[in-house]
Design a protein around this ligand. Sequence first.
Ligand code: ZN
Length: 150
Amino acid sequence: MKKSRFIAFAAASLLASGAAFADDCATEIEGNDVMQFNKKSIDVPAACKEFTLTLKHVGKMPKTTMGHNWVLTTKADEKTVIKEGIAAGPSKDYIESDDAKIIAHTKLVGGGESTSVTFLVSKLTVGEPYAYFCNFPGHAAIMRGTLTVK
Ligand code: ZN
């Protein structure tokens, strides 16, 4: 059972208003100096038109050694996107530009920085688990999670 208080709140809000509040259509995730995200899953209310993800690097290390980004793909495309991102290299923030397999991504940030990305929820299938990860080389093995529209 992984019913977070956020889900309960979102559900209550939906019942009360019949539509999602803007607050429900955004979330924040933190990355730190020991290569961790503070969330293993993100739920997006299906009533949201757009969803905004803010990535906050709460560490102190520079992006050249402990950079973090947030990349969203299908589970099927995850491995390929990680491989292509590493091949793209640091000058491209480890993102293969114009890659249709990438549903959404932030830029790469270092300690103390934050960045955000907004994407259309209609691009996603309700109930399908999507993969998110940091594409800095070696990080995706640990810095990863699942995003689901519910
Ligand atoms: Zn990272």
